[in-house]
Design a binder for this molecule. Structure first.
Ligand code: LMR
Length: 313
């Protein structure tokens, strides 16, 4: 299996590293526009192989997409990260151009690839990659839900003093302040979380999860990378090993949840064909309302992208 990671910055390099040391692919190609940057990161990962004992071949290239030809999965991490004070949506005009041009190059050399978008604003960059690629919606998806649920699960594990391994959760909607964590579908070793934690503490954790990316931007002056890079690698693994894992993933909705033509995080089954199935939960009225608010926000930013593209045409 061949996997390309576009963007050799913190997120892309972390993703490539996880793909290599967990031997998720035989070959990982790292691409960047900065001369020598991807080559250096890939070489560093390759030189770690005798220490960490893996044989995934990692190769770096500067903007040479011919080397990505025949990739089974491509992860797009290109674009600017946030700086303190910025929202993800502030990145739209810069990152849309980058994601669209990367997608064109990817599809030219790997027409059968499955594309995972990580660039922000996530839901709208998934839209940008999907319309540019002209691939079926099952093959172009965004990584956010695994990251957001990971934050939620980590905060819960800390509050309950239990292993994060035992916390299962699902979260829906856009990757931003309007995301919809679902306590009704959160369990700790099979026990509903609501039986183990007071409502106000759970609500505080939900709020912290919603601004989880921003908390890190404030602390570090730039966006996070360990959890985002690992989350993208987990999606690649589910696809290349046909694991049929159930994850929240950003995909174009076509009638599911009563929503049409908007890209949102929903639970899916992820396997060798990409999105094998979208799972439709029976949401209650409050959850439906929260999802509708998230839909409205993502749609506004999608419209902003349409305006940017129309102005360029
Ligand atoms: C995250 O949630 O960590 C990413 O979307 C990056 C960011 O700027 O928040």
């Amino acid at each position: 299996m061949k996997v390309t990671v576009v963007g050799a910055g913190n997120v892309g390099a972390t993703c490539a590293d996880v793909l290599a040391y967990r031997e998720i692919a035989n070959e990982v190609v790292l691409v960047d526009i900065k001369e020598g940057f991807a080559e250096g990161k890939a070489l560093d990962i390759w030189q770690k192989s005798p220490i960490n004992l893996y044989d995934t071949r990692t190769v770096g290239v500067t903007n040479d997409y011919s080397k990505t030809a025949g990739s089974d999965v491509v992860v797009i991490t290109s674009g600017l990260p946030r700086k303190p004070g910025m929202t993800r949506d502030d990145l739209i005009s810069t990152n849309a151009g980058i994601v669209q041009s990367v997608t064109e190059n990817i599809v030219k050399h790997s027409p059968d690839a499955i594309i995972i978008v990580v660039s922000n604003p996530l839901d709208v960059m998934t839209y940008a990659a999907h319309i540019t690629s002209k691939l079926p919606r099952t093959r172009v998806m965004g990584m956010a839900g695994i990251l957001d649920t990971a934050r939620y699960r980590a905060f819960l594990a800390e509050a309950l003093n239990v292993s994060p391994k035992d916390i299962q959760a699902v979260l829906m909607g856009g990757h931003g302040d309007t995301m919809v964590p679902l306590p009704r579908y959160t369990t700790v070793g099979g026990i509903p979380v609501t039986e183990l934690i007071e409502e106000d503490k759970l609500n505080a954790i939900i709020e912290r999860t919603k601004s989880g990316g921003g908390e890190l931007v404030k602390l570090m002056g730039t966006s996070a990378w360990y959890a985002p890079g690992s989350a993208a690698a987990q999606m690649v693994e589910a696809i290349v090993r046909d694991q049929r894992r159930v994850f929240p993933v950003c995909v174009k909705l076509e009638g599911e949840y009563g929503i049409d033509g908007v890209y949102l995080g929903v639970p899916v089954i992820l396997g060798k064909n990409g999105i094998e199935k979208i799972i439709e939960l029976q949401l209650n009225d409050e959850e439906k309302q929260l999802l509708e608010t998230s839909r409205g926000h993502v749609k506004e930013v999608m419209d902003a992208l349409d305006n940017i593209n129309a102005a360029k045409a």
